[in-house]
Design a protein around this ligand. Sequence first.
Ligand SMILES: [Zn+2]
Length: 95
Amino acid sequence: MHPPKHIPLRRCASCASQAPKRDLLRIVRTPDGALLLDARGKAAGRGAYLCKKPACWDFALKKDRLARAVKAELAPAQRAALLQALRLHAVEVAA
Ligand SMILES: [Zn+2]
């Protein structure tokens, strides 16, 4: 007879759907303004969440939704680097 356990929900910065925090990827803005994939979800800094769906990453980066969510300006090279990190992470998780 326990009350249901509280599951923290977060909203994807791309498609705006809500999901449990651990089912989302966290992107964090570093002090120097770069955006990094925070694979462990523990890094300090302003963060945003994305679904684990490549379509969401592409959309978030193409439309600058991610940059807006963390109030950062993303240079094209940073955008490409982040997308690559997300893709690599997805491959690791799938392996
Ligand atoms: Zn999404």
